[in-house]
Structure formats: C-alpha cells, structure tokens
Design a protein around this ligand. Sequence first.
Ligand code: PLP
Length: 371
Amino acid sequence: MTVLDLRSDTVTQPTAEMRRAMAAAEVGDDVFGEDPTINALEERAADLLGKEAGLFVSTGTMGNLVSQMAHVPRGGEIIAGSQSHMVRDEAAGHAVVVGASVLQLRDRPDGTLDPDAIAASFRDPSDDHEPITALVAIENAHSHSGNQPLSVAYTQQVAAIAHEHGVPLHVDGARFFNSVVALGVAPAELAAPADSLTFCLSKGLSCPAGSVVVGSTAFVGRARRARKLLGGGMRQAGILAAAGLIALRDGDAGMIARLADDHANARRLAERLAAIPGVRSPGDIAQPGGDDEPLDPSRVRTNFVLFRVAADRAAFVAAVASRGVRLERYPHDQVRAATNSGIVAADIDRVAAAVEAALAELGAMKAAVTA
Ligand SMILES: Cc1ncc(COP(=O)(O)O)c(C=O)c1O
C-alpha cells in the first residue's frame, strides 16, 4: 500500500532533477563567500523578490532569528501575532537569543492583525520604563488561520504604520510562494512593502533543506553576521542550494507554479471532507463560530485543510494511518491535511475515503448523525 503523507508539506522529497543538480553542484567555502551555487541562489532569490541581497540559511526558524537579530537590539520589542510561528513555535528564540520582548496581538481569521491594534502598540521611546519597539512581524501565508494568504494592500498598510514609527517590517514567508500563487501576484509586488522576508525552500517547494532571507544589502550584512554567531556558516552548502535554484525557476521548470495543484487538491479534499458526518469546522481562528459547524471549503485558499473530528483525535489519526494516509494533529484540537508535491489529484478520493472509514470505525459518524 502506497502511503499518502499529508502531515505537512515538509515531508516532500527532492525531485530527480534536484538530486542530479545536487550531485553536480559546483561548490566552495561559503563562509569566504566562495560557493558559486549559494551565491547564485541568493541572487536569484533577491531578484525574484525585488530586494538588494539574499542570505541562505538552514531553516525558516534560523531565517526569522537572524532577521530579528539584524533588526532588534537587546531589550527591544517586536509587535507580532500571538499565534504566529515566530511567537509560539520557535522555542522563544526572540527572548532567549535576541533578548527581545513580544507585544502579542490577536491573529484574525483571515491571518491578519488589526492595523489599528498595531498602530496602538508602539511604545513611547522617551519613557525609560518601556521597551523600545523595534520590529513589526507578520506571517504570510498565516499557518494557524489555515495558511491564509495576506494581500499586497494589507502588507502595504502594515508597512506604512511601521515606517511611520521608524520601525521595519519583517515578513515570515515560510510559505510565501503559496500566497503568491493563491493571490496571482508577482513575488516582488507582495514582498515590496517588507524590509526583510524569509521563505522556506524545504516546504511546498520540495527541497531537502534551506531557507532564504532577503532585504537590503546592509540588513543582509547584519543577518550574515548573526548567522555566523548562531553557527550557521555551512561551507560547501551549495549542494543544498542547487536544489533551491531548481525550485525557484519560472513556470513548469520550477516548483512555484505547481503550488496551484496543491491548492486545487486541498480545496477538493475540503469539499469531500465537508460532506462526511463527523468532520467538523476547525474552530479557533481557522474557522471561528463553534465546533458543530461543518467545514467551510471556501476558506481553503492554499494547501492546508484544517478540521476537527467527532472522535478521539489520536485514535482518529491512527485509524487513518492504518489505511495508508498520514495526517497531523495540529494545535487547537485540529487535524491538518497539507497537500504537497507527493499527492496528486487522484489521491484525494483515497484520503477522503480513509477519513470516512476511520470515523465509521470509531463510531463517530453515527454519533454525529444522531446528535
Ligand atoms: C510560518 C512558519 N514560519 C517558520 C517556520 C519554521 O521553518 P523551519 O521548520 O524550517 O524552521 C515554519 C515551519 O513550519 C512555519 O510554518
């Protein structure tokens, strides 16, 4: 039985072409700036996103961390969403490593933060009691709302508020290209308002490892120093960057345009799941308004399908796995199915059938119908 793995888009495998390119990659010592493949990847990423420079880092977490270190002095404060990855899922790196506090705002169901709340959150720099606001950070796409894409207009609005206060805007764009594809905008247009942005190669773009941070030359210089401090100078890492160069190619030769397939598969899966008794709204910010509501497929705009089940979640995930389909237990009692390059349209029926059969086995469908 082939296993269909939808736990995350990080489970994706490098393509055969990526593996060949990695084997043949020209490499050098990147700490001396001499790895031609890394240099090419950093230039390609900067060009694509309309920024002066790029920096290859090992992970999205490291990309966010070096960005914070480059922007925020010790004792500075970051304005960010309480459900953002930087705040809740990076082992408090902002506090432990950067030495920054976070002023946490409520993330809204569309993945945005209220611009008025952002504007009201800047500290008074003349008051010695207060930390100094040094960064505004948003997440695009925004995972905990269901990987919602944030628009160009919204990003411009937040950047304008930050810049009025002399503070930069960082975009955690771990799945930035999902937003680009979902919104049908040019990457540089969506990135333009941001002073820095990090995106992951290792998620929907299917590379084995790596993220890239982009911004001004001065910012990237500071981020490069921070990367060194964190032990992130990786020498002949062009072997990894070679896969990234393939992922960032235009059109069908690369891995960005194909994200549209993941989005279509996710929407189709949500439509199938919504019709199964025992599948419920994800609740929380991913679809607020009560657990007993059905799943709303129109909220699926990228590659995440979040939902709850009328059954014990661990038992449900195990029952689905016994049918060769792997799903992830996600925060807020949710289950995540993340479509990815290992899943084709024809697999969606099998995933939905596994969910239906697992719920039937656990008696959840009967309970849902009679409730
Ligand atoms: C929104 C967001 N930012 C950052 C990261 C961190 O990426 P990594 O796992 O490469 O450290 C993730 C990982 O899932 C993420 O979802």
